[in-house]
Design a protein around this ligand. Structure first.
Ligand SMILES: Cc1cc2nc3c(=O)[nH]c(=O)nc-3n(C[C@H](O)[C@H](O)[C@H](O)COP(=O)(O)OP(=O)(O)OC[C@H]3O[C@@H](n4cnc5c(N)ncnc54)[C@H](O)[C@@H]3O)c2cc1C
Length: 558
């Protein structure tokens, strides 16, 4: 049996059907695992908890970071294993496990080549997108390790296209066509309209759609709506799953292995509170990451790693646009805190960081604890901006020049704005005045905003010629009305979970692999130890370990 659903109906609820490899979760990691297992000769069941495919991967930017990747090589760009390892090691705070890191670095290019050959990815180098820590050894300040997706034609998926998570919100463009991806302007509305009519998409939608198409072409149809309650064991070995499908009993046996690719645990409030190193007030991921795989792995006796860590990001809750399932929705704040005429301040009305720093590193400032007040010093935080900003730059889905949504605080004076959001007026006025003096001089002696190549990437590059380097991110806050929105401590997903070896086999407490249990993606302790190497720094490891897990399981002794 190659696929699953077509061959199994009727038997799923009454007896134990059998495949070689079961994969839990239909994100990037899960579908990469399914394809790798299938193409290594295994029969595969791709099992999804919810009624939609793709989880966080589907709503993501889809950027993939892999050092020395095939697209770089084809474009004649140089890179090496040594550079990549030096880069990661320079950022290590004790979380890196050499075996898994080296497996990612060594096998990332192989995984990408496999997925491209399998028709599951079509990617190009994202020009100029820098690694996130440009001053570190082995970094690529000029980019090249980050890859962007070519457009995908959703009509080729038939009805399956409607099953992709949040596909109702089309993204008919590629990142490299936007200012965020290095272009000078967005594609014309007319072009976007034509692509929408033709059902073409880019970003994570294109990634998930292409992976899904490659699965369907092989007869691997995702089985939706399965809640796995427990892993079945035969002695030490994991031999299947048991649970429910659409409320009815469901059981499936795996001759060679079960692969956990269920994403993170950020939507399980108890797990979040128990494990993460600081408060998370608004995840940017969809509410699919409820830690199901983590609980299954814990019950199987898995050794855990990276549990305090996540792909952190400052976020903005958009109250008028919740998830379709009703949960509050938050967007990553990236351009908003990097372009001129905006700063972030904390509850004391003080700036507290280089606002333009990379989002994952920046997440750390929200966990800063003040022993004097016994509270988190930088929560809540506020983005403060002015009329110049409003005229030129976006705020979430609101485009430049459009009216500000009602939920944005505003006032004709900074004192008035401080009153609106409960800050001390003198403190905010003084902070803005100090920032303005330095912004006019084109420097930020307090936090070094604008010093690194990364700080410039999301800034307003049209200002570089006229005003010089740091002006792409520094500009005074001077023109009324003044605005404020609350910034949350958010994340793109957690990255802790069961530890694996370099073959993606989940390890038990004794450090030995639990036979028949594998994992990849945000469901496991990330091979990069939570280091966000550059754009694509989570999907690179997820796809690579998905590929490794699929092959390992398929080639295991039954
Ligand atoms: C707005 C946004 C933009 C991002 N952009 C990027 C980017 O450009 N590049 C990058 O590298 N990272 C990006 N990220 C992060 C990235 O999307 C995630 O880290 C990545 O998608 C995780 O992939 P995954 O396969 O592990 O999990 P997911 O994609 O979340 O897939 C997990 C799947 O498992 C399913 N599932 C959950 N529980 C169960 C269960 N018990 N049984 C079966 N199935 C289950 C889920 O429904 C889901 O389909 C972004 C994140 C966000 C929020």
């Amino acid at each position: 049996m190659t696929g699953c659903r077509a061959a199994l109906p009727g038997r799923l609820t009454t007896g134990m059907s059998e495949v070689d490899v079961i994969i839990l979760g239909t994100g990037a990691a899960g579908m990469a695992a399914a394809l790798a297992a299938h193409d290594a000769g295994a029969s595969v069941a791709l099992v999804e908890r919810w009624d939609r495919i793709g989880g966080t991967s589907a709503i993501s930017g889809g950027v993939i970071w892999v050092a020395d990747n095939p697209r770089m090589r084809a474009a004649g760009m140089s890179d090496s294993r040594e550079d990549a390892l030096a880069y990661f090691r320079s950022l290590d705070h004790g979380d890196l496990v050499p075996e898994t890191l080296e497996a990612f670095v060594d096998r990332g290019p192989e995984a990408l080549a496999f997925l491209e050959d399998a028709g599951a990815l079509a990617v190009s180098v994202l020009p100029g997108y820098p690694d996130y820590y440009t001053d570190r050894p082995g970094a690529k300040p000029q980019g090249s390790r980050a890859l962007d997706h070519d457009l995908f034609d959703l009509t080729t998926l038939g009805e399956w296209a409607t099953k992709i998570y949040a596909i109702e919100e089309p993204k008919p463009l590629m990142l490299r066509e936007t200012p965020l991806g290095g272009a000078s302007a967005m594609p014309p509305m007319e072009v976007l309209g034509q692509r929408m009519a033709a059902r073409q998409c880019g970003f994570g939608q294109a990634m998930v759609a292409r992976l899904l198409k490659a699965c369907l072409t092989r007869g691997i149809e995702p089985i939706l709506g399965v809640e796995t309650k427990r892993l079945v064991r035969d002695g030490e070995r994991i031999t299947g799953i048991e649970g429910t499908k659409d409320g009815a009993p469901f059981a499936l046996a795996a001759r060679r292995g079960v692969i956990i690719t269920t994403g993170g645990f950020e939507w399980d409030a108890e797990a979040r509170q128990t494990f993460l190193r600081g408060p998370v007030t608004a995840p940017a991921s969809p509410p699919t990451g409820t830690g199901g795989g983590l609980k299954l792995a814990m019950a199987a006796g898995a050794k855990l790693g990276n549990m305090t860590s996540a792909w952190w990001a400052p976020t903005l809750v958009t109250p008028d646009a919740p998830w379709a399932s009703g949960e509050p929705r938050a967007q990553i704040i990236l351009i908003e805190r990097t372009v001129p005429h905006s700063i972030m301040v904390n509850r004391s009305g003080q700036r507290f960081c280089n606002e333009a720093a990379n989002y994952s590193a920046l997440g750390g400032v929200f966990h800063q604890f003040d022993p004097a007040t016994y509270d988190y010093a930088n929560l809540p935080a506020w983005l403060i901006f002015d009329a110049q900003y409003a005229a030129r730059y976006p705020l979430g889905t609101r485009q430049p020049g459009q009216p500000m949504p009602d939920w944005v605080a505003r006032a004709d004076t900074l004192e008035g704005l401080a009153g609106e959001i409960g800050l001390e007026a003198d403190a905010l006025v003084e902070t803005v005045a100090r920032f303005n003096v330095h912004a006019d001089e084109g420097r930020d002696p307090e936090f070094g905003r604008g010093n690194s190549a990364y700080d410039h990437f999301y800034g307003d590059r049209s200002r570089a010629k006229e005003k010089g380097g740091a002006a792409v991110t520094l500009g005074a806050i001077r023109e009324a009305p003044f605005y404020a929105v609350e910034i949350s401590s958010g994340l793109l997903g957690t990255n802790g979970g069961p530890r694996t070896d370099g073959q993606a086999r989940i390890l038990g407490h004794d450090g030995a692999p639990i036979p028949g249990l594998l994992g990849a993606g945000n469901a496991i302790a990330c091979p990069t130890g939570g280091i966000y190497a550059g754009a694509g720094g989570t999907l690179g490891p997820a796809l690579t370990f998905g590929y490794i897990a699929g092959r390992t399981a398929a080639l295991a002794n039954a």
